[in-house]
Write a protein that binds this ligand. Structure first.
Ligand code: AGP
Length: 601
């Protein structure tokens, strides 16, 4: 994720407080490090940055005294390159006359860094934001002017990102984007002097102005204090777009226009899946993880709650795709059940959104004492889990605010699927269809789940069943429903239902099936056991005439095959839980009695 903000004003002034306030409003996009660069008319760049939260770093480096006519700030959510002063953004070019910052991921960072080092450029960090600056410098050194150098750099920088850059002997800022968001603001200060600004997102712009222009991929925007100029990156031709006036209030804007963070985070899933897939393709750590898994005597997948459900599906993928047995286990149960049998040849993948769950850290501590290699899979980099494991992989989701985990779950599943593909020697590029399939799933199921929520709202007791790779999805769907609707929803293996719980079924009783495409006949049997007793069988799965003919309700997913289809099935379940929660008048973002991060036993 990460966030950027840049401003161009009409005259030299104190800019530190304006940039700090903008950074504070971008904190939701990252808080591992923060930096500010100001550019003055006398040819000076003042750059101050460090690891830590905005308010701490702002005081430590006295951001308030920073002045200039242009300024850039960046909030970092670390992926690769630890949160540190050198990796904090913005970054300078080799001789310090250009400064820039980015958000997102440049996926060919490693190759480009090597190229720039070989060319003799001064590369100071591992961070891909610095690579963006050198990518421009590379073309300036070849004699291109500034704007053409940025346009050419755009072609070299692969991934999803937004990037802002300024040159000290200039009066403008330039910005480009690929995949990520980028918004420009046009306004006047209290004395009526014009300014322009650019940011990854609206919350940092709206306190300054409500007149905005949204930038698209393949466009380059130039900002002067009193006007902007939009051009095509490809041919440099001028483009014209009328500014719009944003009327939403700040609360709605922070939620990306959605009424709750949960719904925003549900809809962010395709984008963060795209980002994590890019990153996994590029990260050298992935090869280390794969090597260690291959050599392991026993492999454990360890987590709690939603992260445990990801471990369950990970274990199905490892077995089905790579013929590799992995033991999924709830972190606290690992200690009495498996720790006594663990030795130094074993490997544990410790999975956690927060990286701070005490149950997970306890299990890690016990496992490592017995010589096991612990590998982390975490969203919050710099968390205790990432600091305590030999090696870790990031989930690349940015800040997940809503208590119910959504986007971090799907990226955990995508990560396991990716690892399983690699372990199986299959081409992971096949997984690149996932983001588009997720988008399609959300489009196809949203209205249906909203309507269904109204109908099942009357029930305070229901089941969610799955089989094979959809068994963990059923558990996850049930957890979402429990967590934010306060109804009792039990997740279960579909074949177990007849061994007892079937007695709960009465007229209209809702039973949700997540149907794996390869096991339709088995699911059809389960459906009929419910419907013949008057129950309502709600089926989520790839469209199939056998399912349609037997189900009470069919929630059709796009065709995706046995590995990807289960991942898609969780999206309508998240939507269903969300809509029931809202219909009941609850706040899905902050369910009663729960906390996002459980640092207690
Ligand atoms: C998920 O919706 C829950 N909020 C909860 O089960 C969560 O997954 C669990 O507490 C583990 O958290 P972690 O991933 O941060 O370790």
């Amino acid at each position: 994720m990460c966030g950027i903000f840049g401003i161009v004003t009409s005259q030299e002034q104190l800019l530190g407080d304006i940039l700090t306030a903008a950074a504070r409003r971008l904190t939701y996009r990252g808080y591992d490090s923060v930096g500010i660069a100001t550019l003055s008319d006398d040819g000076r760049i003042d750059l101050r940055k460090d690891a830590g939260r905005v308010d701490t770093v702002a005081v430590k480096y006295n951001f308030s005294e920073m002045s200039g006519r242009r300024g850039i700030t960046q909030l970092r959510w670390a992926t690769f390159g630890e949160p540190s002063q050198v990796n904090a953004q913005p970054h300078l070019d080799s001789d310090g006359d250009m400064v820039g910052a980015h958000n997102g991921n440049v996926v060919n960072n490693v190759e480009l860094r090597q190229q720039f080092i070989a060319e003799g450029l001064t590369v100071r960090s591992q961070n891909d934001g610095e690579t963006c600056v050198h990518a421009v410098e590379h073309y300036i050194n070849k004699g291109y002017d500034f704007i053409d150098a940025i346009r050419l750099a755009y072609g070299d920088l692969a991934g999803d990102y937004a990037f802002v850059i300024g040159h000290v002997r200039d009066d403008k800022l330039f910005a480009i984007k690929k995949g990520s968001g980028l918004v420009v603001g046009l306004g006047e200060d209290a004395d009526g002097r014009p300014f322009t600004c650019v940011s990854s997102d609206l919350p940092s712009i709206l306190p300054l102005t409500r007149k905005i222009v949204r930038i698209h991929d393949d466009e380059i925007i130039t900002l002067w204090a009193d006007h902007i100029e939009l051009r095509s990156v490809k041919d440099g031709k001028r483009l014209y777009r009328e500014p719009e006036i944003v009327t939403q209030n700040m609360d709605t804007v922070q939620k990306g226009g959605y009424p709750h963070f949960m719904l925003k985070e549900i809809h962010e899933q395709p984008q963060v899946a795209r980002e994590v897939l890019h990153l996994l393709e590029e990260a050298r750590e992935v090869n280390t993880v794969i090597e260690r898994i291959r050599k392991a005597r026993l492999l454990y997948l360890i987590g709690c709650g939603t992260s445990y459900h990801a471990c369950l599906i990970g274990s199905v993928y490892f077995a089905q795709l790579a013929g590799l047995a992995a033991i999924p286990v709830l972190a606290p149960q690992f200690i009495p059940q498996y720790a006594p049998a663990v030795n130094h040849e074993d490997v544990g993948l410790f999975v956690s959104q927060s990286g701070e769950t005490k149950d997970v850290l306890n299990a890690l501590q016990v496992a490592e004492k017995r010589g096991m290699t612990g590998i982390g899979i975490a969203n919050v980099i710099g968390s205790t889990l990432t600091k305590s494991t030999a090696c870790w992989l990031p989930l690349c989701c940015g800040y997940e605010i809503s208590v119910p985990a959504t986007k971090t779950f799907t990226n955990q599943v995508v990560t396991f699927l990716y690892l399983a593909y690699r372990l199986a020697g299959r081409e992971p590029r096949e997984l690149e269809q996932i983001p588009a399939l997720m988008e399609r799933t959300l489009e196809m199921t949203d209205l249906q789940m909203k309507a269904l929520a109204g109908e099942i709202n009357a029930w305070n007791d229901l089941y969610c069943l799955g089989y094979g790779a959809t068994y963990p999805i059923a558990l996850e769907g049930a957890l979402k429903l429990k967590e934010i609707t306060y109804a009792h929803c039990e997740g279960m293996l579909s074949t177990e239902f007849k061994h007892g719980p079937l007695s709960a079924v009465s007229e209209g009783y809702p039973v949700i099936f997540a149907a794996p495409p390869d096991d339709v006949p088995l699911i059809v049997s389960g459906i009929n056991e419910v419907t013949c007793r008057g129950g309502r069988a709600i089926v989520i799965g790839e469209d199939d005439s056998r399912l349609r003919a037997n189900a009470s309700d069919m929630i059709a997913l796009p065709k995706a095959g046995p590995s990807i289809s289960p991942l898609l099935a969780v999206l309508p379940l998240q939507l269903l839980a969300y809509y029931v929660s809202v219909a009941r008048g609850y706040d899905p973002d902050f369910p009663r009695n729960l906390s996002k991060t459980l640092t207690v036993d």
